[in-house]
Ligand binder design. Sequence first.
Ligand code: G3D
Ligand code: MG
Length: 159
Amino acid sequence: MIRKKILLLGDFNVGKTSLIRRYIDKTFSEKYLTTIGVKISKKEIELNHEIYEMLIWDIEGATPQKSIPQSYYNGASGAIFVADISRSDTIEGLDAHIQTFNYLNPDRPYVIAYNKIDLLNEEQQKELPNRHNAFFTSAKTDTQVEELFTHLAQEIFND
Ligand code: G3D
Ligand code: MG
């Protein structure tokens, strides 16, 4: 079985853990690395009649980006960067997260989740940021969550 490590990155409270919970079905298993406050969730995905496994890494609590241990990044095949669409500071914060990841894991695919899309009204939804590989997700209403993870998996496993 081919197994790949995927990181969830983004500011505190944007919905990283909620997206993972929404994506992972009832057969998930999880493991705690309590020493560094990282939770790893496992998810199998079928692509082109093959089963692959994603190990999805998530940091517990409010860890400032500068204090994320290098071991979190080591060996990652891809990443999901999450912002809260209703909080511009978390959108502005994306680039710093992406830069750090690109520096430590050059040329790895990633996707962006502008999460909490359910909080925007119709008017606001017409003026969404336009960015490559971006998805407008809601962990609350289950919007584009499957698509987000599947797109990244395709980029990782189909290369
Ligand atoms: P984090 O892991 O990035 O820190 P969490 O974020 O997944 O812990 O979510 C932070 C808060 O945002 C939680 O609220 C969670 O319920 C809420 N949230 C996550 N995703 C969405 C979403 O798509 N829409 C809405 N409306 N809320 C969301 P609480 O109140 O439990 O702290
Ligand atoms: Mg969390």
